[in-house]
Write a protein of this length. Structure first.
Length: 148
């Protein structure tokens, strides 16, 4: 079975990717996460009223990032705020605690861009939220390998 890259009726191009990172008191973990996000990806850090300087760390490490404070409480609100601020074609949610390896994001993006020609459902929506890996495979930050 052959596959083709998703195109919106025109030439195939690289999608704009936005990575939304909800954070609350994750100043120590943000360097591990932010340093591995590709520079060409938009980063949206949504803070849940941290008291440890998480916002300052994010601004120093990714001066190009959109940094904002959530409007209410809870992770759901943080995600909604991040999705509203993001401008990418593909939206990726990534926890700031290092439970998922940001180096895997390009692989997820490539998978989202492929579609089977016999698909009855058609191409994926251009704004897709990609799920992150589970905490069970979170050994990347310590050097443990993750097998899929």
């Amino acid at each position: 079975m052959s596959h083709q890259l998703y195109s919106n009726g025109g030439a195939v191009s690289s999608p704009r990717v936005s990575v939304i990172i909800p954070t609350r008191n994750e100043a120590l973990n943000l360097p591990l996460v932010l340093e591995h996000i590709p520079a060409e990806y938009e980063v949206v850090v949504v803070d849940g009223h941290s008291t440890d300087g998480s916002l300052d760390v994010a601004k120093v490490l990714r001066p190009d990032a959109i940094v904002l404070t959530q409007t209410r409480r809870g992770k759901g609100n943080a995600m909604a705020c991040g999705f509203a601020a993001a401008t990418g074609d593909i939206l990726v949610m990534l926890d700031a605690d290092g439970s998922a390896d940001p180096r895997e994001i390009p692989r997820y993006v490539r998978a989202l861009m492929w579609k089977a020609p016999t698909s009855r459902r058609g191409p994926a929506s251009p704004r897709v939220a990609a799920a992150t890996t589970s905490r069970a495979s979170a050994g990347w930050a310590t050097g443990a390998s993750t097998q899929w």
